[in-house]
Design a protein around this ligand. Structure first.
Ligand SMILES: Cc1cc2nc3c(=O)[nH]c(=O)nc-3n(C[C@H](O)[C@H](O)[C@H](O)COP(=O)(O)OP(=O)(O)OC[C@H]3O[C@@H](n4cnc5c(N)ncnc54)[C@H](O)[C@@H]3O)c2cc1C
Length: 382
């Protein structure tokens, strides 16, 4: 059976095969080039929009194409199999920026902002992190204050994926400074808003096919209806509903890890040392068996979290466990995959080195491993 196909329904398997075939044709052959160029392939986003795939897990009345968390998890895993950088850009756009608008926005905001975004004509980014605010959200220093009918934002957002190409940003800012998480609100800000500047592209270790920059807000003036959700509660509202982001991050860790496993398997079948393919050596066989086992376990836990979410049942703990297990397994799989390639894998043209550079961020994006462990421990009552 093909990777990650166990326990999928016939419809889910057909969806997985359709996305996998598309990725093998249109993403995988270009992934190395996009990575080296440091460019996100915007036409690909439009293509995903034309196919109605960007709207997966979004309702049809705001431009979505239906489906739910399971279909979305499959989409993320398969995209990441071809290019983790592309999967990162797509996931920030859909699972963070668009999902925040869907779940927290007003009916008017959903209808105005989502259709073009889900067609891939407009790109969104999620601007939370700052120089002083990483794992500790309560230390967000960007401020938003009312001025008549408007809001005025001041601050700087760092490490923002999609910022160089984004048409709009969902920005986390304090509307009640000093009140920690209870004073954080969300705003949808257009790229051309007065007082908003995008910094130069930031250079990264991996995820080259995604683009990143700083967003500077200097007296950035937006209309009153740019506020997303309840004033002072927007960020907490977002954390509650953006579990799709954690499931998506887990899925794409599974997809990337499985691509590393597959590349290593291909290599050890071909590479002859001591008169036989490396695949005949017990150490190599056992490493691959462990990779297969742990990746399948991570995928099954991710699917379980997605199925709970689809059934409308509590799933925050499972989403954290899936994200924790999948991201750490992915890092391990990419490291082992490179190891099995030897020097060949260390060369710039090898996919193994790209996977190895791409994987690490999945352990700290969407809540670091330590934050996931805190969430799990709290759910255990300790
Ligand atoms: C490729 C990439 C893309 C990104 N894209 C975005 C984006 O689109 N939007 C956005 O807002 N941000 C983005 N980020 C930033 C991301 O949000 C942060 O990396 C994340 O919030 C963690 O913050 P930090 O990296 O500053 O780590 P820190 O908070 O400084 O943590 C450093 C280390 O200390 C550990 N630590 C922190 N607190 C605790 C604690 N209480 N107990 C135990 N350990 C702890 C952490 O787990 C981590 O291992 C991106 C980052 C990267 C690398």
């Amino acid at each position: 059976m093909e990777g990650f196909a166990a326990l999928l329904s016939d419809e889910e398997r057909a969806w997985q095969q359709a996305v996998r075939a598309f990725v093998e044709r249109e993403v995988t052959p270009n992934a190395g080039r996009w990575d080296e160029q440091g460019r996100f392939p915007r036409p690909l986003l439009e293509r995903l929009g034309e196919l109605d795939w960007l709207g997966t897990a979004f309702p049809t009345d705001c431009g979505g194409s239906g489906g739910g968390p399971v279909e979305y998890a499959i989409l993320c895993a398969e995209l990441a199999r071809g290019s983790a950088g592309v999967a990162l850009g797509v996931y920030v756009h859909t699972a963070l920026a668009c999902a925040a608008i869907l779940h927290i926005g007003s009916e008017a905001q959903r209808r105005e902002l989502l259709p073009a975004a889900l067609r891939g004509e407009r790109v969104g980014c999620w601007a939370y992190a700052e120089a002083g605010a990483g794992a500790d959200a309560a230390s967000v220093a960007t401020r938003a204050r009312r001025d008549g009918e408007d809001w005025v934002l001041d601050g700087a957002k760092l490490y923002i994926t999609n910022a160089p190409i984004a048409d709009f940003a969902v920005i986390v800012a304090a509307t009640a400074p000093g009140q920690g998480l209870k004073g954080l609100s969300l705003f949808v800000v257009e790229r051309d808003a007065p007082g908003l500047t995008i910094g130069p592209p930031m250079r990264k270790l991996g995820m080259g096919a995604s683009e990143m920059a700083e967003i500077i807000l200097d007296g950035c003036r937006v209309r009153g209806d740019a506020l997303l959700g309840v004033e002072g509660a927007g960020f907490l509202q977002a954390i509650e509903v953006l579990t799709l982001g954690r499931i998506a991050a887990a899925s794409f860790a599974c997809g990337l890890g499985d691509a590393a496993r597959e590349a290593a398997l291909g290599h050890v079948r071909e590479r002859v040392q001591f008169g036989a393919p490396l695949a005949r050596k017990q150490f190599v066989r056992f490493t691959l068996a462990d990779l297969q086992t742990r990746l399948e376990a991570a995928w099954q836990l991710t699917l379980a979290a997605a199925r709970l979410a689809a059934a409308g049942q509590p799933h925050s703990e499972q989403a954290s466990m899936a994200k924790l297990l999948a991201s750490e397994t992915c890092t391990w799989a990419c490291e082992r995959g490179l190891h099995l390639h030897g020097a060949h894998g260390y060369m710039r043209e090898s996919v193994a080195q790209r996977f190895y550079r791409d994987c690490k961020v999945l352990e700290f994006g969407e809540g670091t491993s330590e934050i996931q462990r805190e969430t799990i421990a709290r759910a255990m009552g300790i």
